[in-house]
Design a protein around this ligand. Sequence first.
Ligand SMILES: [Fe+2]
Ligand SMILES: [Fe+2]
Length: 265
Amino acid sequence: MLDQTLRPSVLFSDAQHTCWCFHDLAHAGVDSNQYVIVHAGRAALLDPGGDLSFKRLLQALGEHIDMAQLDYLLASHQDPDIITSLPRWLLHSRAQVFIPAIWERFLPHLVSDIISDHLKVSVEARITPLPDAGARLDLGGAQILVLPAHFLHSPGNFSYYDTHARILFSGDIGAATEVDSLQVVEDFQAHEPALRFFHQRYMASNRAARRWVAMVRQLDVQIIAPQHGPCFVGPAMVEEFLCWFEDLPMGVDNIDDFSYALPPP
Ligand SMILES: [Fe+2]
Ligand SMILES: [Fe+2]
């Protein structure tokens, strides 16, 4: 019997297509959302997370899909809360791992010789590097756009857009690390304080934010689904977030707030 706390939220569902959000699976560290897209029986898991949540995610996911259906693990970037469960997924699934190209050669550091010896193919063969310009992926006939989000926050970073559900899986963009993921953002101004520090400190530059927002505005986005915290639901709330993000000074824009002096003796 499935623990009630392992039940995902349904972000979208029709006869062919479902998007789930699994949340609150880690008992320590920063809580994160794991998203799953299923189309015509084929599945993609986005930002699968770390060791902390792997066992509970595998159990929860197993209630909805067979591991043989899992074709893709889509990583927005290389962080510990994004992809450090890699060796376990390599063992427990046949999924191909997609990651920004500049991080591809670092991922094998997560996989011990003991794990490698149990794999049918090399670790390198299970990893597909995504070029800086992004890509279009086919999932059971549905298209997923891989959208450049470089420097937001990682130097090699992607968002993923589900063209069928019209959901933008934004990685750390829009993340609120201290807010319950079960909610949606009802009042942007009330939610803004939970966004501010994370985006000012973890994102690299407002120049990158403006470029990303201009690209996103070319899409019909019904939901922005970040890796931490609640989703932004509906075009009006999506636009409210985009307007805030494109005007926010962040990262090197605030460089004068950092001393770069030698530490005191
Ligand atoms: Fe991150
Ligand atoms: Fe994150």
